[in-house]
Ligand binder design. Structure first.
Ligand code: ATP
Length: 209
């Protein structure tokens, strides 16, 4: 089965692009969702997280406070490594399980959306890699609005990722998200036709929020 990587910096529009591909009928797997499942309530992963981070990472209702967890690891590389050691193997296991199931069902091509694909040197597992690029000021504005955080916080998060110039050099296809949502949809559909041989006249449209 051909597996295409889909990546891009914070707020570049990866999820929006992924939804357009899904609307074209292409299966998409999301690394962020697998990571969430890895430490969902009742899992061994969550028990391991609590063993490392204690109840510091629980909210008042006893649920995992993901934002607090993110804050705790932001400036603590050792804590970050310990969290990754819990999450990454589980994500990898699920990735293999899900892609095998799709292959067994006869799916010939799919997309795996991974925000930190290049940062984790995952290039070799993919048939080809698609990178979504958007001007930095737009990304800051959109993420600040979407997540209700300050532009400064968005820029701090961005600086933990590789700059776009380096990502462009490693990508097979670059999807420029520098215009409105209609233009983006047009570009993604053209790529869907080129890589997957599909078009989506009657497909669901993603919410363009
Ligand atoms: P993150 O890495 O933070 O999860 P992302 O790369 O998946 O972000 P999206 O969530 O797809 O990015 O996009 C960020 C925000 O910008 C969303 O609110 C989305 O609706 C909006 N957006 C993306 N592309 C466009 C566009 N071309 N025009 C207008 N809004 C857009």
């Amino acid at each position: 089965m051909r597996i295409y990587g889909l990546t891009g910096g914070i707020g570049s529009g990866k999820s929006t692009v992924a939804k357009i591909f899904e609307a074209c009928g292409i299966p998409v797997l999301y690394a962020d969702l697998l990571a969430r499942d890895a430490i969902a309530p009742g899992t061994e992963g969550l028990r391991e997280v609590l063993a490392v981070f204690t109840t510091d990472v629980l909210d008042a209702d006893g649920a995992l406070d993901r934002r607090r967890l993110a804050q705790l690891i932001f400036n603590d590389s050792s804590a970050k490594r310990r969290l990754e050691a819990i999450i990454h193997p589980r994500v990898q296991e699920q990735f293999v399980r899900r892609t095998s199931a799709l292959a067994a069902a006869g799916v010939e091509a799919m997309i795996y959306e991974v925000p930190i694909l290049f940062e984790r040197d995952l290039d070799p597992i993919f048939t080809a890699i698609m990178l979504v690029c958007s001007p930095e000021h737009e990304r800051v504005r959109r993420v600040a609005a979407r997540d209700g955080v300050s532009p400064r916080e968005v820029r701090d998060r961005m600086h933990n990722q590789l700059p776009d110039e380096q990502k462009r050099a490693r990508a097979t296809y670059v999807i420029e998200n520098d215009a409105g949502i209609d233009k983006l949809r047009e570009r993604v559909r053209a790529l869907a036709l080129e890589l997957f041989g599909v078009d989506s006249p009657a497909a669901r449209e993603p919410a363009g929020d």
